[in-house]
Design a protein. Structure first.
Lengths: 112, 116
C-alpha cells in the first residue's frame, strides 16, 4: 500500500534555530513529490516540486531535497512568519487521473 | 503564480439545506480539479477528481449522490452538498491543475461549512 509519512508531527523552534522536516514514502513509481505550506483556515500554498533523487529546490529560508525514499524540507534561520503546517504529497507514475497522496503534515511553530 | 478562488469562505445553514461551493481557476485552464475534505488537525482527504466535461471520479466511501460535482468549463467546478446534515460540517478545499505532466495542484482557500 502506498504511504506517505511525515515527521515530526509538531516542531517548536526558536527564531534562528535551523532544522529539517522529513517526508518518507513507500510508493511504487514516483512521478513527483510536492511540498506545501498551510496556514490555519487556509488552503495549502504550493512551495516546491521534486521529480528525481538528488534534486534540490530552494526558496528563501526553505530548501527541499529528495532521495529515493524520502524528502527533507530544511529551514534555515526560521522566523516567526514561517510558522505553519507543512505538507508533502506524492504523485504516482500510474493512475489515470494523477491523484496525489498527502502526508499528515508537520506543524511548525517558530518562537521569537 | 496560479490562482484558485473558492467561494464562499464560510457557510452556516440549517440541516436539510443544500449548499453549493464554487472553485475557479483565475489565470490558467484547469483540466482537472480536485475536492478535498479536511478534519481538524488532520490532513487532506480526497473526495473526488473531476476532469472538464467528464463525470467526476469519487473516492471509496464518498457518496456521489450526496456530493454532486460539476466541472462544466476549464475554469469552474462546483461541489453541491445535498441535504446537508451536521455530520457534513467540515472544511472543504478545492484544487486545480493543468493538463501538463507533473504540474502541482493549486488550492483555493477552503470553505468552512457548519450545519446546525
Amino acid at each position: 500500500e502506498d504511504q506517505v509519512t511525515q515527521s515530526p508531527e509538531a516542531l517548536r523552534l526558536q527564531e534562528g534555530e535551523s532544522s529539517s522536516l522529513n517526508c518518507s514514502y513507500t510508493v511504487s513509481g514516483l512521478r513527483g513529490l510536492f511540498w506545501y505550506r498551510q496556514d490555519p483556515g487556509k488552503g495549502p500554498e504550493f512551495l516546491f516540486t521534486l521529480y528525481s533523487a538528488g534534486e534540490e529546490k530552494e526558496k528563501e529560508r526553505l530548501k527541499a531535497t529528495l532521495t529515493k525514499k524520502e524528502s527533507f524540507l530544511h529551514i534555515t534561520a526560521p522566523k516567526p512568519e514561517d510558522s505553519a503546517t507543512y505538507l508533502c504529497a506524492v504523485q504516482l507514475a500510474s493512475g489515470g487521473y494523477q491523484k496525489v497522496t498527502f502526508g499528515t503534515g508537520t506543524k511548525l511553530q517558530v518562537i521569537p | 503564480g496560479a490562482v484558485v478562488s473558492q467561494h464562499p469562505s464560510r457557510v452556516i445553514c440549517k440541516s436539510g439545506t443544500s449548499v453549493k461551493i464554487e472553485c475557479r481557476s483565475l489565470d490558467f485552464q484547469a483540466t482537472t480539479m480536485f475536492w478535498y475534505r479536511q478534519f481538524p488537525k488532520q490532513s487532506l482527504m480526497l473526495m473526488a477528481t473531476s476532469n472538464e466535461g467528464s463525470k467526476a471520479t469519487y473516492e471509496q466511501g464518498v457518496e456521489k449522490d450526496k456530493f454532486l460535482i460539476n466541472h462544466a468549463s476549464l475554469t469552474l467546478s462546483t461541489l453541491t452538498v445535498t441535504s446537508a446534515h451536521p455530520e457534513d460540517s467540515s472544511f472543504y478545499i478545492c484544487s486545480a491543475r493543468t493538463a501538463k505532466s507533473n504540474q502541482p495542484q493549486h488550492f483555493g482557500d477552503g470553505t468552512r461549512l457548519s450545519i446546525l
